[in-house]
Design a binder for this molecule. Structure first.
Ligand code: URA
Ligand code: SF4
Length: 202
């Protein structure tokens, strides 16, 4: 099948996966991006957090969640009493998808085809880490982890079941919270994200 599978080393640990990922040509997104953005965090983490795809800052630095949405996530993890070092942090799609507007690169949501193409990486990572719980940050991550469409608003915070019976919790993407900054809805959205993270960690 098309997609990343042929670039994913069999039975690789996370370091082996990380070393192989720059060579991936499983979809066309590698061509426009600066570099692949793999994961950060311990292979022994109890909690795996799955985001959507790297953003502009992540594309430039090569590290996930170092931009503004990452700051929201870091604040939410702190508020939930979860150490960032205790989580394994990755994305459903490993290359930045964007459209150019003048000098700016505007985030473009990855399509189902990109999520499908990139899923072998995510599956291999999650197999290597073996977390007790997988937290999906937003609908794209949920699509990648559960293999089906869910409405975040309907399932958020619930204990769902992923491959092999692993517990899966879906919550909003931190960039959805970020967009509410300075608005009256911000507190509620942030608190809901924290509550879902806390429920996942319990
Ligand atoms: N940064 C990431 O690494 N992933 C996201 O999903 C959003 C921002
Ligand atoms: Fe490979 Fe995923 Fe990058 Fe596509 S987005 S080239 S499947 S690593």
């Amino acid at each position: 099948r098309p997609g990343a599978q042929r670039w994913v080393p069999p039975a690789g640990d996370v370091d082996a996966l990380r070393r192989a990922a720059p060579g991936c040509r499983g979809c066309e997104l590698w061509a426009g991006a600066t570099q692949v953005v793999f994961s950060v965090g311990s292979e022994r983490a109890r909690i795996a957090l799955v985001g959507e795809q790297p953003g502009d800052r992540e594309d430039r630095t090569g590290e996930p969640f170092v931009g503004p949405a990452g700051d929201v996530l870091a604040d939410a993890l702190t508020a939930a009493g979860i150490e960032r070092t205790a989580v394994y942090l990755t994305n459903a799609v490993k290359h930045f998808r964007f459209t150019e507007r003048g000098k700016r690169r505007i985030h473009k949501t990855p399509g189902v085809a990109h999520v499908e193409a990139c899923r072998p990486w995510l599956e291999a990572e999650l197999a290597a880490v073996g977390p007790a719980v997988i937290v999906c940050l937003g609908a794209t991550a949920a699509r990648a982890v559960l293999g089906r469409e869910v409405r975040v608003g309907e399932v958020r915070g619930q204990a769902l079941e992923g491959d092999g019976g692993v517990r899966v919790v879906v919550t909003t993407h931190p960039s959805a919270v970020l967009r509410l900054r300075g608005k009256p809805e911000w507190d509620e959205a942030f608190d809901a994200l924290v509550a879902d993270l806390r429920a996942a960690a319990a």
